[in-house]
Design a protein around this ligand. Structure first.
Ligand code: 8YV
Length: 328
């Protein structure tokens, strides 16, 4: 056996069987997030962890995990990991990029359309028995076709959302601090703009940035103040990118028209007043949640464990310096 791995949450049986062919596998039997103490106790015995974004991989945990060589995050995002602390110990961190791009982009569109055309509200209206006849001004929403979509972040998922906007005849604006390769923009009528121009000109704003120091509360009261009053905001990235109490204020005061949220600042808790609002669609962090994509994400995390604990550089290594450190 190539070492001991611990799986922090129940995953697909097929992947457990796959891992058991190489490793001594143990895992969290319960379908709930482990407490920090439980996670620390498990990690103390492990050479590798298959972890989720709900697992805090910090200095404390790493200090208490003398055998730990690799953490395979079952996610493309890795803001749950203290990368510097891991790299300092030569602990490899991997993620699951690419395989979830289209599934997540589809869901961003589902939220955008549900919020713009009030789908959830309308469903509740019909279920409540209030639909007694057609009405000319009933539950009117906002057009999507031929409007302007603003993308905050133009990485893989932002680009995939932009590609879908083509079918709606939309104008695309994007803001990304990092240069976007020309080939990624090929065929897309997308214009790079400043955030202020994006806020001022977009009818829809969709967020596709990682949670890092610079993106924490990127969307705040000041940003909402620059947006159109009929703007619809969509967030499938990370909750703390948006100041959620400011968002509640903006939705209550109709500073913006509506929002579609899959992530929350203090997930799974919601900011006070959010769930009472009609002009917001709320989902529980399921954007990458298709059967096929979650299975692929899980297989990718497992493959990274096999490579790393087999002494080979894992394909989806996030902290290259840790690999160099391990080889010294
Ligand atoms: C995951 C995500 O489902 O990949 C990410 O970064 O947020 C989602 O796709 C979630 O992180 C599970 O760990």
């Amino acid at each position: 056996m190539n070492g001991k791995i611990f799986i922090t949450r129940r995953i697909f049986d097929e992947i457990v069987t796959f891992l058991e062919s190489t490793f001594e596998v143990s895992g969290n039997p319960a379908d709930r997030v482990l407490t920090p103490d439980e996670l620390r106790a498990a990690a103390a015995e492990a050479d590798g962890l298959l972890a989720l974004l709900t697992d805090r991989i910090d200095q404390d945990l790493l200090d208490a995990s003398p055998r730990l060589k690799v953490v395979a995050n079952f996610a493309v995002g890795y803001n749950n990991v203290d990368i510097d602390a891991a790299t300092a110990r030569g602990v490899l961190i991997t993620n699951t990029p690419g395989v979830l791009t289209d599934t997540t982009a589809d869901f961003a569109w589902a939220l955008l359309m549900a919020a713009a055309r009030r789908v959830v509200e309308a469903d509740r209206f019909v279920r409540s028995g209030r639909f007694d006849a057609w009405g000319p001004r009933m539950l009117l929403g906002h057009d999507i076709h031929h409007r302007t979509l603003g993308l905050v972040g133009m990485g893989r998922i932002g680009q995939a959302v932009a590609r879908r906007a083509g079918g709606f005849g939309m104008k695309i604006l994007y803001y990304d601090p990092h240069p976007v390769p020309a080939e990624a923009l090929a065929g897309l009528d997308a214009r790079s703009v400043t955030l202020d121009v994006l806020y001022a000109e977009s009818d829809f704003i969709s967020i596709h940035v990682p949670l890092v120091e610079d993106t924490h509360h990127l969307i705040d009261d000041a940003a909402f103040g620059k947006m159109k009053s009929d703007c619809v905001l969509v967030n499938t990235s990370r909750g703390p990118v948006v100041d959620e109490t400011a968002l509640v204020r903006a939705l209550e005061s109709r500073t913006i028209a509506a929002a579609g949220l899959d992530v929350y600042e203090h997930e799974p808790d919601l900011a006070p007043g959010l769930k009472a609002l009609d002009n917001v669609v709320l989902t529980p962090h399921i954007a990458s949640g298709s059967h096929a994509t979650r299975m692929r994400m899980c297989q990718m995390a497992a493959d990274n464990l096999v490579e790393a604990l087999g002494g080979r550089q894992p394909p989806n290594l996030v902290n290259r310096d840790a690999w160099d450190r391990r080889r010294q």
